[in-house]
Design a protein around this ligand. Structure first.
Ligand code: DGL
Length: 366
């Protein structure tokens, strides 16, 4: 038997289905107001701001990104406005301390974007990678063409940097370098071409991700210590120790190594040929460094590849001379860090320890 609904009930059901009934019956919960993530932008200068007739300020750069309000609430500050190679090590310390202070005091910030010139960007970015101790990202952005050039890509790169900084997936990946739609780890990236837009490459490690029209995509992970797992606390560091990089080339003189030591270097990175070769009289310079208690990190000049530490279980040969023992006491393998990155890591390692095994551990963990 078919059961008929009374006409009033049918009317109420029809109203319910058509959406015409009063709010007490049908109102959907009001959609929560979507609060966009807040991204803080710190400008330091570089080609991205280097307009003919006067550099763009942080404010002008912030206003140069059409549609940024779709992705983030942007705040900004001017930290410096110089070429990347003009930033001093004191400014590096100041920049890292500033970002750490921002993160410590402002839980509302989702991420920080830093603009930099591209020439030494990989060094600045790696320094921030090692010293910003918060899960939230630091995204370093630059451009290859200046704002007065046809095809200036700075505003596009900056907007992509903001999108990455606003993305929760960017957390715990250390510092990220965003240019040319690509996301690279500050640990692995190198400027590989003096002029081309696709200059920032991570060589055999590959990109961490890309910034596409619809979304930020990560497809790779960084495995070394970063973010809250980094041990480099700058709170009590007023100055970074001097570390010099010396290149190996055919017939090179050890005098440059001696000069670095005599001028106050606390560490030297030797950019070895292949997996460890020096040339000319450089061994004499390295013996001098060891004699004076200066750590020497070997890093390959090839652009990729790893310098492995000596096996710690092998005893020093009985017939080794005192000079050879001392060389071993002050020699550290640079792992897969390029010479300029090894220099950044050695400066920070020396703020933590003057023990060879400890410094080697640091090179193996970062
Ligand atoms: N190539 C730029 C840099 O790395 C220098 C241009 C400038 O003066 O900003 O900083």
């Amino acid at each position: 038997m078919t059961r008929l609904f009374p006409p009033t009930l049918l009317l109420a059901m029809a109203l319910l289905c058509s959406g015409l009934a009063g709010p007490s019956l049908l109102a959907q919960p009001a959609p929560a107001a979507v609060t966009l993530p807040r991204v803080h932008f710190v400008a330091t200068g570089g080609t991205i701001s280097n307009r003919d007739g006067g550099r763009l300020t942080a404010e002008e750069l912030a206003k140069s990104m059409p549609g940024v309000e779709r992705y983030a609430r942007l705040t900004f500050e001017q930290f410096a406005n110089v070429a990347s190679s003009e930033l001093s090590l004191a400014q590096w310390l100041g920049l890292a301390k500033r970002i750490n202070a921002l993160y410590a005091s402002d839980k509302d910030i989702a991420g920080v974007v830093v603009t930099s010139g591209t020439d030494t960007l990989e060094e600045t970015a790696f320094f921030l990678h090692l010293t910003v101790r918060d899960p939230r990202p630091v995204v370093v952005v630059g451009s290859m063409r200046n704002p007065s050039t046809l095809g200036y890509e700075g505003a596009a790169n900056l907007l992509e940097g903001v999108r990455v900084a606003a993305d929760p997936a960017a957390r715990n990946k250390g510092a990220l370098v965003v240019l040319n739609d690509e996301i690279n780890s500050a640990r692995n990236v190198t400027k590989t071409d003096a002029l081309r837009l696709q200059t920032f490459r991570s060589r055999e490690y590959g990109q961490l991700g890309v910034v596409d029209r619809d979304r930020v995509v990560f497809f790779n992970q960084i495995t070394q210590r970063t973010n809250e797992r980094t041990e480099f606390d700058l709170a009590n560091v007023a100055e970074l120790p001097r570390v010099d990089v010396i290149m190996v080339y055919q017939g090179a003189s050890g005098d440059l190594i001696k000069a670095a030591v005599d001028n106050g270097a606390k560490g030297i990175v030797i950019a070895v040929a292949g997996a460890g070769a020096t040339s000319g009289t450089q061994q004499e310079g390295l013996a001098y460094a060891a004699e004076k208690g200066v750590f020497v990190v070997s890093s390959t000049r090839t652009g990729s590849g790893r310098i492995a530490p000596p096996r710690s279980d092998l005893p020093v040969a009985a017939q080794a001379t005192e000079a050879q023992r001392r060389r071993r006491m002050f020699s550290v393998a640079g792992e897969d860090h390029t010479p300029v990155k090894a220099r950044v890591l050695l400066m920070l390692a020396l703020t933590r320890s003057s023990d060879r095994a400890e410094i080697q551990r640091i090179f193996s963990e970062y």
